[in-house]
Structure formats: C-alpha cells, structure tokens
Design a protein around this ligand. Structure first.
Ligand SMILES: [Zn+2]
Length: 207
C-alpha cells in the first residue's frame, strides 16, 4: 500500500506526472503537487470568457509570437501586449494604467535579460500599490525548467500567481489547454475572493 504522499498524478502547471503530498484542511485532505504546490483536485468551476487584454513578456521572440498567436486564435484573449523584457512590460503596463486601460492577466517569463520575471513581478506589485489599484493582477510565470524552491516562494509572495512549465507537454494543443486551465484557476480564485467567499488555496509551499 503506497503512502498517500507517494501518489503520482498529472500536474497541469508542471506538465508532467508528479509526486503529491496531502494537506489537511478541516475534515478534508487536499492533494498538492510536490513540485509546484498546485492543488490537483481543482475542477474547472469557472467559465472562462475571452479576456479583453493580456500582457505577455518573454525574451524568446519565437515563443512570444507563438504564445501570442495561441492566445488570440484559441479565443483566450482579444488583445495581447507583447514585451521582450520586464522593463518593456512595466513601461507598457504603466502607459495602460495611466490611460485608464485595464489589463486582465500578466504572463511573465522567469528567465529574461534586462529585468527578469521575478524582478518585474515585484516591481509590478509595488507599482500597483503606488497607484492604489484595487487588486493585484493575476500572473502566470512561465519557465522552461522545473519548479524549484525560489519559484514556489515567488508564487507565494506575489499572489494571485501560478507557475507554468512551458517546456513540458507543450504541443500547441496541450499548451493552450494548460494555459487555459491556469487562467481559469486564477480567475476563479479572484472571483471567489471578490464575492467574499472563502478563497480556495491554489498552490501551497511545501512544509
Ligand atoms: Zn506541479
């Protein structure tokens, strides 16, 4: 009989089969990915509608073009603001905020020249506080490598945020499906919070 913590499950964030660990919550036990911390029992309870505007930063121009195309053609976004670095993203976001134009989601590559994803996210959270924005924008961190301690910590410190391994299980169909799932989780979490319901925990740091 395997230990519950040894159970293997598919994680849409990591894009592969992962070990899991249980987290007791009241009388319930939730199963989380041992690599990225995502709750693996979430169901798509949030009906995803096309997002008006998504900002995307990735210094790989081919992947940036690929993901932009995917977001538009799969009906995930009406408009994509592509940036090749963290600084370019922050400039674009500031211009949009100052012009009263909303942005609905940030997709941020972690490894970038100039200003990386981690620095850009922390700067964004500071900018949001400075502008007294009502709530922080949801962030999906893209990475070509497996989730590690530093990424789990970053995700926990910059909520609402999730991690997505862009190198695993990343044929166009699968990547679109996984991005869609991550966006749905993030918006569902934000929706529950705004509606005053108890916020479901999407990802936890491993004890
Ligand atoms: Zn995972």
């Amino acid at each position: 009989m395997p230990e519950p913590s040894q159970t293997f499950k598919y994680c849409p964030s990591c894009g592969e089969q992962v070990f899991t660990f249980p987290v007791a919550r009241g009388n319930e036990v939730a199963i989380h990915c041992s690599s990225c911390g995502l709750s693996l029992e979430l169901e798509a309870e949030y009906r995803l509608q096309t997002l008006p505007r998504v900002a995307l930063a990735d210094d790989d121009k081919f992947f940036r073009a690929h993901l932009t195309d995917l977001l538009l053609t799969r009906g995930l976004a009406h408009e994509v603001l592509p940036a090749s670095s963290g600084t370019e993203l922050l400039t674009s976001l500031t211009e949009h905020f100052m012009a009263g134009k909303e942005v609905d989601l940030i997709i941020l590559d972690l490894l970038m020249h100039d200003l990386d994803g981690s620095g850009a996210a922390r700067a964004l959270r500071a900018l949001e506080r400075g502008l007294h924005r009502p709530r922080p924008l949801p962030i999906i961190y893209l990475s070509g490598v497996r989730c590690d301690e530093a990424v789990r910590h970053l995700v926990a410190r910059t909520q609402p945020a999730l991690y997505l391994n862009k190198a695993a299980d990343s044929t166009p169909d699968r990547l679109a499906h996984r991005v869609e799932k991550m966006v749905a989780y993030l918006l569902w979490q934000a929706h529950a919070e705004q509606a005053g319901r108890a916020m479901r925990i999407l990802a936890v740091e491993r004890p």
